[in-house]
Design a protein around this ligand. Structure first.
Ligand SMILES: [Zn+2]
Length: 180
């Protein structure tokens, strides 16, 4: 089911999400479907957390797709992570532009560790632990922050914030062959 997405300013995005106590509850199957359906409906989204669809539960979905701003992306997922826990954040600190489905039209640079090890339960109730790097590692950290009521704009360098149009122009400029 495609859900409405909460936007910045709504208090649902600032609450700490609650642990899912019964992974076999049919409500969790519905949440799993809503997260996937809503993420794919957005076309460009690569991650979506339960509080963004007004559900105060510790769950998010990640899925990588090729988009105009990420033409070199390899497809991944969708993977829904229930009760995720960050086991470790390691590797070099890296700055990268981020956006958020709850914050329309704004992008900004956020510094994060390049490797993240995460433990989660899938909808079958199976426990998984895996290390992620690159864009996937970053998406997981961004989505995990949502469960803590943290938005990327809380972490972004304020001077790096830019509109979607400016962001696209910057990418175009980077892609253009250099003249000397
Ligand atoms: Zn977000």
């Amino acid at each position: 089911m495609i859900s409405e997405i909460a936007e910045i300013g709504n208090s649902v995005l600032r609450e700490k999400s609650l642990e899912i106590t019964n992974l076999n509850d049919p409500v969790i199957k519905e949440l799993d479907k809503s997260l996937k359906d809503t993420l794919f409906y957005t076309l460009y989204g690569i991650g979506l957390a339960a509080p963004q669809i007004f559900q105060n539960k510790r769950a998010f979905v990640i899925a990588l797709r090729k988009t105009p701003t990420r033409p070199d992306t390899e497809a991944f997922g969708p993977v829904v992570m229930l009760n995720p826990e960050i086991v470790s954040e390691t590797g070099a600190k890296k700055k990268m532009m981020e956006g958020c489905l709850s914050i329309g039209n704004i992008y900004g640079e956020v510094e994060r560790r390049s490797k993240v090890k995460v433990k989660w339960y899938d909808t079958e109730g199976k426990e998984n632990t895996e290390e992620f790097t690159g864009l996937l590692g970053r998406v997981i950290q961004h989505e995990y922050d949502h469960l803590e009521g943290i938005l990327f704009t809380d972490l972004a360098d304020p001077k790096s914030l830019m509109s979607e149009r400016e962001y696209r122009l910057m990418i175009e400029k980077k892609k253009a062959p250099k003249k000397d």
